[in-house]
Write a new protein. Structure first.
Length: 151
């Protein structure tokens, strides 16, 4: 059985996922990196919303699912209660693994991501340009109701 409205994570985190160890620092805006450590908190102090992929494909972020302990994740629990995930989908999220090297915590990912935010390297700038272009195209395809800041 599949989930109802939040597609499960991809087999591997996308190439620009802020949780990936091999993604350069400074790709994302500082506000995006600030979201990552919130899911390291005690269950009751975590955000109640699923963390979706920055590629805006509607999937649950594979890096988020692989980095954080889904057994103690408030958003995953709430998603079952509000119908975003079926119990089977929730179990698949709990069982999610990837061979892609990820940071050990949202804080580690955020610290890495912010390290070069004032002066990102060439690879980070190229990746950010590609992402902005992709977001622009998605916004044009979807019409005026798509917000680029959904990430």
């Amino acid at each position: 059985m599949s989930n109802l409205s939040a597609p499960l994570p991809a087999n591997n985190p996308c190439g620009s996922c802020p949780y990936r160890r091999n993604v350069p620092s400074g790709v994302w805006d500082a506000s995006e990196y600030e979201k990552l450590p919130r899911y390291d908190a005690a269950t009751t102090d975590q955000p109640a919303r699923l963390f979706l992929c920055h590629q805006q494909d509607g999937r649950i972020c594979a890096g988020w699912a692989g980095c954080h302990d889904m057994d103690h994740n408030l958003a995953a629990r709430v998603a079952v209660l509000d119908g975003q995930l079926t119990p089977d989908g929730h179990q698949q999220l709990l069982d999610y693994t990837t061979d892609v090297p990820l940071f050990d915590s949202g804080q580690d990912a955020a610290d890495h991501g912010r390290a070069d935010e004032s002066n990102p390297g060439q690879r980070a700038r190229q990746m950010a340009r590609k992402l902005r272009h992709r977001q622009k195209l998605q916004a044009q395809d979807a019409g005026p109701s798509v917000e680029l800041d959904q990430i």
